[in-house]
Design a protein. Structure first.
Length: 255
């Protein structure tokens, strides 16, 4: 799904960061039955909805004026009032979405750190991993704070970034585990020498169910956004372009 509520995709980013596939975006669509085919950019003076197809491809609300695919659309008083209210209520929703996103980052990073601690890495490896986790966490939080567009959260780009970050952490842990396993073998502790690599195993596989459980804890917070999203759908219902075609900025599945 798209629309500004898709900033919740930062939760999906966090899950991708540990190679989990928690379906946060799908959860939102499931909980709120809300979707949009547009990307949305929110600037101080405008809302811009755009998509590749079908038309209308670009809907811009700026300074009390509506333009659709570059053409000014005349609105009656009721239509102008509704779009102005849509603007206000959408802007009020943005910080609430970012708060939920931040809570998702909290849960994911806590789960990652707990998994690292369970592997009991050496102090040096632990410090290296923590440095990398902190860098990733700071980047996520800054990205959430700065974000003004759903284009900041394109899944393919986020997944590539997250997999790179995870691989970096996993490499440090694998090297540390390997060294400790060899040392255990040299010390005659065959059991530990065999157990250490097994404990490290596939970091992503171990983390996936844990991350999914932690992100599912956010469903009530996501559900609390639903009335506001449904309100947006109500406000834009009936708004049309110059040729009478519905804008359909937000859709609610009535199932």
């Amino acid at each position: 799904m798209k629309s500004f509520v898709a900033l919740c995709a930062c939760l999906a980013l966090a899950s991708h960061a540990c190679a989990a596939r928690a379906e946060t975006g799908d959860d939102f669509a499931d909980v709120c039955r809300a979707s949009s085919s547009y990307d949305l950019t929110v600037s101080p003076d405008a809302l811009v909805f755009d998509r590749g197809a079908p038309s209308p491809r670009r809907v811009e609300w700026r300074g009390g004026a509506l333009r659709v695919d570059g053409t000014r659309v005349a609105l009656d008083t009721e239509g102008a009032d509704r779009f102005a209210m849509f603007d206000r209520e959408l802007r009020a929703l943005v910080p609430r979405v970012k708060t939920v996103a931040g809570q998702g980052v909290d849960r994911v990073m806590a789960t990652l750190r707990a998994q690292v601690d369970a592997l009991s890495p050496s102090p040096d490896a632990h410090a290296q991993v923590e440095h990398r986790l902190k860098r990733t966490e700071d980047s996520l939080r800054q990205r959430i704070a700065r974000s003004t567009s759903t284009r900041d959260w394109q899944p393919e780009t986020l997944e590539a970034e997250a997999e790179s970050a995870l691989a970096d952490v996993a490499d440090v842990l694998a090297q540390d585990t390997g060294r400790r396993s060899v040392q255990a073998a040299l010390d005659g502790d065959v059991q530990s020498a065999l157990a250490l690599p097994a404990q490290a195993g596939d970091l992503a596989a171990q983390l996936r169910p844990k991350i999914e459980r932690r992100l599912r804890e956010l469903r009530p917070q996501v559900a609390a956004l639903c009335p506001s999203v449904r309100r947006l759908a109500e406000l834009q219902d009936g708004l049309r372009d110059a040729r009478g075609k519905p804008l359909d900025l937000v859709s609610i599945d009535a199932r």
